[in-house]
Design a protein around this ligand. Sequence first.
Ligand code: FAD
Ligand code: NAP
Length: 559
Amino acid sequence: MNSAGGRSEREAVDVVVVGAGFGGLAALRKFRDELGLSVRLLEAASGPGGVWYWNRYPGARCDVESLQYTFGFSDELSQEWCWTERFAPQAEILGYLNHVVERFDLAKDIQFNTRLTSAAFDEQKCRWSLETEPGDQYEARYLIMATGPLSTPYTPEFPGAGEFQGEIYHTGLWPDHPVEFKDKRVAIIGTGSSGVQVATAISDQVAHLYVMQRTAHHCVPAENRPLHPGEQEAVKNRYGELRAAWRATPGATAWRSLPTDEVVVTYDKSALEVSEGERRETFERAWTYGGTAIHRAYTDLLTSEQASLLANEFIREKIASIVKDPVTAELLTPRQYYGTKRLILEGGYYDMFNQPNVTLVDVRSDPIEQLTPTGVKTRDANYDVDVVVFATGYDALTGTLTRIDIRGRTGLVLRDVWRDGPTSYLGIMVAGFPNLFIVAGPQSPSVLANVIVANEYQVDWISDAVRHLESHGIETMEPSPEAQIAWAEHVAELGRNSIYTKGNSWYWGSNIDDKPKVFLPYINFPNYAAKCNEVASAGYQGFILALRAEDVSQGDNIP
Ligand code: FAD
Ligand code: NAP
């Protein structure tokens, strides 16, 4: 693998891909091996993996089933890789991605330890000019930003953080060495998916755990387990057919039992049209089956406030039946509509609060004021601890891109263009930024789908577009401002008609004070793919395609 060197000459390639997670690795392979273009992938980390490189915290694992959280581009890869659990742990997913790098000989085209700091479009040359840390420079015709939807950790700025004498970690920047929790006093700030996973994983070892909760999120059992003998093979025998079925669901994931397709929930009725008894039975079945089945128990849990409240009530009763202390149970009960925040899959989280060494601290009523040399100070109390874990999330979907100085035509700066919220067409391109393509960006399904499926779909769509440009002598592609305005309105409307905008979450920027409150992802993967396919079939409708100067002089028309 290449290590960053800080060369003085500018390396020219057809394509620069940024990010070596699922999206970037798929793009590198596609552009190099299928389109035959020269590609350089830049990655800030010292190895591949993206999220799975950075999130090495105890308990980290996927919450889309392992057999679905995989690439679909290679049958051989699908057949040869073996998962061990229903939901794979971080190390196994990282192992899978390292295997992909090795198997497809990707490392020779990856520059690790290299962070893209700026990208400027040179209008004369029609090339992107790129600067990196530690100093290597690149020039590319196409720039693919696969920098991740959840790759810029957010840490609230508490006064005194520098004075704390103990250890401080952020789940999204976890060190590559074991962190010892045994017999230590630990504060975890944040109770999203990361906080819930790490708390559950360490609670048995620590002397005392303070779970600092500002908002109770909805958790349901993952029901993780080793894969049954024969289960994996049965899926592999039908992978093609199953993948197609998964891609046809709103979140590009199955909620039917694998591998038999036994029906867990049918997703064909409103929660409001069935009797209480039937609803309870359905919710119970989904709860027992585990995973995200409950999400698809009824068609309107994510669109109707009334239906969403029924799921709330079911989960409230479950919490009350698990957590023995009624005050703690009450505090753990979510107050926002079911679905407004991302559903969390847990493995013993609620039960953990029955342990004497675990305390739930309500930092909504008693907010954290500062870190002190010995721990965390809220308005009314001091918590002396040895370790503070920030599980405080991410500047999601836009934060990574706006931290890079990206300049398009006439000096347009992406972070300024996005000051009041992101604009794009199909969530893939931005007007004024020719030949710059985004994978898993805002206004695309990414985080509301099985991200691997969404990423691969976008990489395929982008590569088809590039093939089209190459074969028709087209120099640049970018959206028309009109197409972009219509897309923004479409994405916003989907958001308005959903439960997601009825409560605070990172889905629309409300986890970060100065972030515009704009709904960020696209709801419904198959609808998204249909729209993107339609645009491509209509000759990239809504895009401005400009011919190369020599082709214009020969009188060619834009195809
Ligand atoms: P990433 O994996 O985030 O990769 C982006 C890469 O870009 C990173 O390696 C980063 O270092 C690099 N990068 C960023 N900026 C620069 C720069 N300027 N220069 C160079 N390199 C840069 N999704 C699911 O569908 N199912 C799950 O179960 C699931 N679990 C998750 C668990 C965690 C802990 C987190 C944080 C997210 C999870 N997600 C899950 C969402 C996850 O983001 C996607 O599944 C997927 O891993 C994203 O892949 P990616 O390649 O798009 O981005
Ligand atoms: P998150 O869902 O954004 O949760 C952040 C938590 O930090 C929230 O509980 C938030 O409280 C709290 N917080 C933030 N600032 C705070 C402050 N100043 N004081 C007190 N609390 C504060 O982040 P995450 O848990 O890292 O998850 C992000 C996303 O990554 C997930 O939604 C999911 O998509 C993905 N993920 C998936 C898995 C998985 O199971 N596969 C695991 C980890 C992450 P509020 O709710 O009040 O804002």
